[in-house]
Write a protein of this length. Structure first.
Length: 114
């Protein structure tokens, strides 16, 4: 947990292009953007993955999902639409073990994912 890159970003220990921050949540541009808008929305609290959410975290997760449309509006993609993605575990393609929600938009996104 101590060497978690997203914990370090949320504590300001390593830089990120932050687009939103409050006491519970931080959102920043993905280093390798896959769409014109590609933001990672994370809780500041370290939760490793969707599999690791506990009962006490449910309010925080709800809060994140309440923030996402507001953030989409701020980023100018609310009306055009967007996709929220959580990659969980190895087959899900999760590469950073701090739960995060990809917010993607600014172009028409394909389906299904690869
Ligand atoms: P995952 O593959 O776990 O769903 O997503 C991790 C995402 O984090 C990837 O899209 C990757 O580009 C992004 N990422 C990894 N390290 C950093 C970093 O240090 N800074 C930022 N801004 N994004 C990162
Ligand atoms: Zn972390």
């Amino acid at each position: 947990m101590n060497d978690c890159i997203f914990c370090k970003i949320s504590k300001g220990e390593i830089p990120a292009d932050i687009v939103y921050e409050d006491e519970k949540v931080i959102a920043f541009n993905d280093l390798q953007a896959q769409a014109p808008t590609h933001v990672l929305v994370i809780p500041k609290k370290h939760i490793a993955s969707l599999n690791d959410i506990e009962e006490d975290d449910l309010e925080l997760i709800s809060y994140i999902f309440d923030r996402i449309p507001k953030l989409a509006s701020k980023l100018g993609i609310k009306k055009s639409g967007y996709r929220v993605v959580n990659n969980c575990g190895s087959d899900g393609g999760q590469s950073v073990n701090h739960i995060h929600f990809h917010l993607l938009g600014g172009r028409s996104l394909q389906w299904p994912p690869g």
